[in-house]
Design a binder for this molecule. Sequence first.
Ligand SMILES: [Zn+2]
Length: 286
Amino acid sequence: MVANMESNRVRLARTRNLVKAALHGLDGLAYPAPADGLAVLVYHRVVSGIPKELAIPPRMFRRQIRFLIENYPIVHPDRLLSGGEIRNGVLLTFDDGYEDFGQTVLPVLREFGVPALLYLCSQRLLDGGYHWFDNDLPPERKRLLRGDDARRLCDSGLVVIGSHTRTHRRVTELADGDLLEEIAGSRAELERITGQTVPHFAYPQAEWDERTELIVGRHYRTAVIGGYRRNPGAFNPLRLFRIGIQQSDSERVFRWKVSGELRLLHLMSRARHRPLGWLRETVPAA
Ligand SMILES: [Zn+2]
């Protein structure tokens, strides 16, 4: 069983690389015109020297932001709350709250004057712990933001804090009591820590179902899922699709991702019983 899952993973990684390679070969082909609707991009870390797909080198990140501001309106997270259609835009989101956010992301947001939505696990802000999926990293390479950091980021005027539960547990697997604690409890903790209202939620590993959505809908006004495509102008605020950005994305792949035209990658994700980890959040097999 484990070997089978492993070979599936290898096969899918190979297919993914083939798709990327094919796109690299599309020289001379114009990028699709900016599509209608909203592309919600999800980043995790911007840091050098970590060989993980979710760790984007700072220079690459800066290049991507420069491309975005030259080609798309960057949407403020508050815009999600005001209703109405978003005809064409990009929203930047960051998950998991690594300490390097303040050192590598915030300076770029400041330089270009663009806002972002940062989803944090409230308990990790308080206890100084690490994420359970970072066991393979030494402590100095996986430090997370603390409460003071979150407050300072809010003060920057460029960062809006959202909830990513208390401890990054997979909410679909939780009993009702724990579910409420992770969803509603994290909002209460984050609001206590930051002094700000927290209306935005991100499901850990993009795992959600009707039961969890019901609870999320009672406590938040927006929620992000996976999906790998742009959102239509008239979007469902509790089912916002996101597009994951990875270290192996070339500039070309990045541009195609933002345009929302990488449907093939999305179809690959639907072809499996459980959507691919790397399309949602890459979690090392543990
Ligand atoms: Zn996460």
